[in-house]
Design a binder for this molecule. Structure first.
Ligand SMILES: *Cc1c(COP(=O)(O)O)cnc(C)c1O
Length: 401
């Protein structure tokens, strides 16, 4: 695929009528290498953050060998792309058919669960279809419910067993596998490493109560990226604190430590070029929105960084809100998005940091799903991995270009 230097050159070459997704393989590769080099354990990529086959290949080439998949479609997708990847089916509610296909056809041995019902479903689905013998190579991870209080997006309410249920579930799961783990998710974009401390304390309590041998601790995702108004401490702080608290757990001497970042590995991978179709005061009608890559901007008021791509805009920045292209009032993004005050219909805007839960969210609702994709060589609008960020104590200002 042709590589463009940056968003400006794409606009000059194409004057695109539809949104355009710009991908930066170098940025995803750099994030993956940072994690594999600095995280004190194994790094899984959580595929739901961005299931693009091209991205999955980039991450594999950068050293990510394990993939957290949540649906049979994700299992098939990663297996089709990477014959040798290790697949871990980490959604705690799966259908019996999905489990059986993942195990028998795609070599997936690792499954998470948060109920007895799911445990027995997994055990049954993985039996040898001819002999009925139970699988002897299952690797099970009990999902614990933990607090999401430090995260921007909660994953606390839906999944995970609580401390009263965990001990008996761990004991029962231990009967069916030689390798037993505990996993959790502190919520997405966790703004403090302390989120993991609380979760690991809870893990300690569950293991102590169960008194079973634990072979793996999976601290899940939640590692932050950087957005306007959401500037996290350095990832090294998260890794250090996780490492310390992992070492203090009552687990097997050779127990493994895992993490499952989605956002942190791919947020910098993509940006999107949108076109201004109309201006009404401080509101811009653009061609992507709540049902497209800007899903989070509309539904959870996420502020993504923006730059205008027109050369003739001279005015200082002012704050804008966006309307997306569909006919639905909910297709609205409050922002604020600072752009030159003289921006007008026909101008283009690049919206950054959309590699995670952005490009993946596009739907065809109302006929507005199309987007061409190109590779660009320039830097993402912000990066946790390019060496530019000082510790936040020293510099509270995010470096946006
Ligand atoms: C969504 C999810 C992840 C990735 O979360 P991020 O916040 O994107 O890092 C990891 N593990 C599980 C089980 C998830 O559901």
């Amino acid at each position: 695929m042709h590589t463009y230097p940056d968003a400006h050159s794409v606009v000059s070459a194409m004057a695109p009528d539809e949104p355009v997704i710009l991908n930066r393989p170098h940025a995803a590769s750099r994030a993956a290498k940072f994690f594999t080099e600095h995280f004190p354990g194994k790094v899984l990529y959580a595929v739901k953050a961005n299931p693009s086959p091209e991205l999955i290949r980039v991450l594999w080439d950068a050293g990510i060998t394990h993939y957290d998949v949540a649906s049979i479609a994700e299992v098939r997708l990663v297996r089709a792309e990477l014959a040798e990847a290790t697949l871990c089916f980490m959604h705690p509610i799966k259908t019996r058919k999905a489990i059986a296909e993942a195990y028998h056809q795609h070599g997936c041995k690792t499954f998470s669960l948060d109920t007895m019902e799911e445990l027995h479903k997994i055990v049954e689905a993985c039996r040898d279809p001819e002999t009925g013998a139970a699988a002897n190579d299952l690797r099970l991870a009990v999902r614990l419910r933990v607090s999401s209080e430090h995260a921007q997006l909660s994953l606390a309410a839906k999944f995970g067993c609580d401390l009263t249920e965990a001990p008996s579930l761990l004991q029962e799961a231990r009967q069916y596998c030689d390798w037993l783990g505990v996993c959790f998710h502190v919520g997405s974009q966790a703004m403090s490493p302390f989120a993991f401390v609380q979760a690991l304390d809870r893990t300690r309590a569950a293991i102590a109560e169960a008194s079973v041998v634990i072979d793996m601790i999976d601290v899940g995702g939640g590692f932050p990226s950087v957005y306007p108004g959401l500037e996290p401490p350095p990832l090294e702080d998260y890794f250090k604190i996780i490492h310390q608290h992992f070492y203090a757990l009552p687990v097997a001497y050779n127990a493994e430590l895992w993490c499952e970042p989605g956002r942190a590995l791919c947020a910098e991978y993509s940006s999107v070029i949108v076109k201004v179709e109309k201006r009404r005061g401080d509101e811009l009608y653009i061609n992507d929105g709540a049902y497209g890559a800007l899903y989070d901007a509309a539904h959870v008021d996420w502020r993504f960084p923006v730059v205008a791509l027109a050369d003739d805009l001279r005015d200082p920045l002012m704050d804008f809100a966006f309307y997306g292209p569909t006919c639905d009032d909910a297709d609205y993004m409050a922002g604020p998005f600072p752009l030159p005050a003289d921006i007008k219909a026909g101008d283009y805007i690049e919206v950054g940091m959309l590699g995670a839960y952005g490009a993946a969210m596009k739907t065809g609702f109302n006929g507005f799903g199309d987007a061409e994709q190109f590779i660009v060589a320039d830097e993402p609008m912000a990066s946790l991995f390019d060496g530019s960020r000082k510790r936040p104590e020293a510099d509270n200002v995010i470096s946006l270009r």
